[in-house]
Design a binder for this molecule. Sequence first.
Ligand SMILES: [Zn+2]
Length: 179
Amino acid sequence: MLYLAISATLSENIKSVRVKDSVQEPAEYTFQISCNNCREVNPAPVLINSVEKHDMAGSKGEASFTMKCKFCSTECSVNLNHFEESLGAEPQISKDKRKKSGLAKLSTDSAAILQLDCRGCELTKFYFDNNLTFVVELVSGNKLECQFDQGENEWYDYDDDAGEEVSITDFACEFFKGK
Ligand SMILES: [Zn+2]
């Protein structure tokens, strides 16, 4: 199982950061995908959300995303599920569950937000600066929304009530192979 983990440096007035994602308004996660059979990278990035389900070719199962490789015609699929909810907040997932998922080595400052079951393909890049909104919950109780500009991994805003700058810097993501 593949996990997508995010990490960042949060200003002290931030309580938590999570992707704005709900059944009513599902977030579209953008990935670079490559075929395990021919190793070719799909020419275009793909969008996957946690709500849509597609029938998998040749089986009765369903997946969040299915694709036929443009180069070798191998059928592949990805099932996307939420895992840890947010960055910065109290850990919502126990150490035991992390361990069971093979994530014991993942830094406690990171959040494994997605669990990705990839069949016949691999996800090789995550574009967090594409089309994704993060909800930033402040210690003051206020909430801000954050979108990263293309190619940027930092974000600045202002909490008017507290008169303080709010910042997310060094935002990074990595894929982690777990169980
Ligand atoms: Zn292929």
